[in-house]
Design a protein around this ligand. Structure first.
Ligand SMILES: *[C@@H]1O[C@H](CO)[C@@H](O)[C@H](O)[C@H]1NC(C)=O
Ligand SMILES: *[C@@H]1O[C@H](CO)[C@@H](O)[C@H](O)[C@H]1NC(C)=O
Ligand SMILES: *[C@@H]1O[C@H](CO)[C@@H](O)[C@H](O)[C@H]1NC(C)=O
Ligand SMILES: *[C@@H]1O[C@H](CO)[C@@H](O)[C@H](O)[C@H]1NC(C)=O
Length: 295
């Protein structure tokens, strides 16, 4: 039995748990829902359409003759004259949600409370999640489909000027997302295996067990490292596309910092464990030889 095996054991156990959490986070609305990969802020999407209509009405057109989809005309007719709350109700009128959040296994949607735009009284609006899609392996967020399904019937994504480059970016990264899923599973599995092996090494002394552990740890590190790299690339590519092409239509995206931190910690821990095994390997023989001389 050697006490030094305890530290790497702790590292790989923590890594296993974190890798599993990377996969599971947000799989339902009350389980680590704020560890998302990406948040889409769609609260003001469609504002341009409604403002154009509001201007037409202001310049004398009636709500039924403004140049907006018929479905929207009836929705607008009652609220256009009291313009003050218009902006905040846009997303609701169009029937889409304020935000959409991508997780590894699903996406969640909801509304900002009390409203999407920070002001003096609510500097940091909170998120009220109203729905999460059923969790599934290789989950893919088809923004086009999700938004089209929710939009007021008769209003199209083109009409609210949803940039097609956003879906292009998500679709282009679909392979990366798949690889990511497989590698988080693989990484979690190998880290778990490394934990078992560390327990064995804890019980039976020996250089070989230290080397085997170090090798397994390195493999876990590589798998989780590529997974984390894929997650980082996915987040970067999609948020970049949204913020570049969505800016004119008030569409924003935020990368999930908490998720990335968790993922990279899960990645680094097996490397630390491997390093500890190497130290054990180097100082171990001397220690053991010393012991033999005593006996
Ligand atoms: C701040 O925004 C909320 C909703 O978004 C609204 O109810 C409130 O009246 C606003 N407060 C001020 C001071 O504008
Ligand atoms: C969140 O939304 C639900 C359903 O829309 C609503 O009943 C609830 O009051 C909201 N929670 C908060 C904190 O606003
Ligand atoms: C997304 O959904 C749309 C509409 O259902 C469909 O036409 C498109 O092929 C889907 N894209 C991908 C990449 O699955
Ligand atoms: C959501 O996006 C709108 C439009 O860009 C912005 O004004 C608002 O502050 C954002 N809200 C949150 C909570 O991020």
């Amino acid at each position: 039995m050697r006490a030094i095996a305890l530290l790497p054991l702790l590292c790989v156990c923590a890594s296993t748990v974190l890798a599993v959490l990377c996969l599971m986070a947000g799989y339902k609305s009350d389980f680590m829902e704020n560890f998302e990969l990406i948040t889409f802020n769609t609260s003001l999407l469609g504002e341009g359409l409604i403002e154009a209509a509001a201007q037409e009405v202001a310049s004398g057109e009636t709500a039924t003759t403004v140049n907006v989809p018929p479905a929207l005309q009836s929705a607008l007719a009652s609220t256009l004259l009291s313009n003050s709350e218009l902006i905040q109700e846009i997303a609701e009128k169009l029937n889409i949600h304020d935000f959409y959040k991508i997780h590894m296994l699903d996406f969640c949607e909801g509304y900002y409370e009390p409203g999407p735009i920070p002001n003096a009284s609510s500097t940091n609006p909170s998120q009220n999640v109203t729905f999460c899609s059923p969790p599934q392996a290789f989950s893919f967020f088809n923004a086009t489909q999700v938004l089209t399904d929710e939009l007021l019937p008769g209003v199209s994504l083109d009409q609210i000027q949803f940039p097609s480059q956003v879906q292009d970016a998500i679709t282009a990264m679909a392979v990366v997302q798949k690889v990511m899923f497989v590698l988080y599973c693989t990484g979690a599995g190998i880290s778990g295996l490394a934990a078992l092996e560390a327990i064995i090494a804890f019980l039976i002394d020996g250089r070989l067990s230290a080397v085997c552990n170090a090798i397994l740890d390195i493999i876990a590190f590589i798998a989780l490292g590529i997974a984390s790299g894929c997650a980082t690339a996915f987040i970067y590519a999609v948020t970049n596309a949204v913020n570049q092409y969505g800016a004119q239509v008030n569409l924003q995206a935020y990368g999930g910092t908490k998720f990335l931190i968790m993922s990279w910690i899960a990645t680094v821990l097996p490397l630390l464990a491997a390093f500890l095994w190497c130290i054990d390997c180097c100082i171990g023989p001397d220690r053991r030889r010393g012991r033999k001389e005593v006996y």
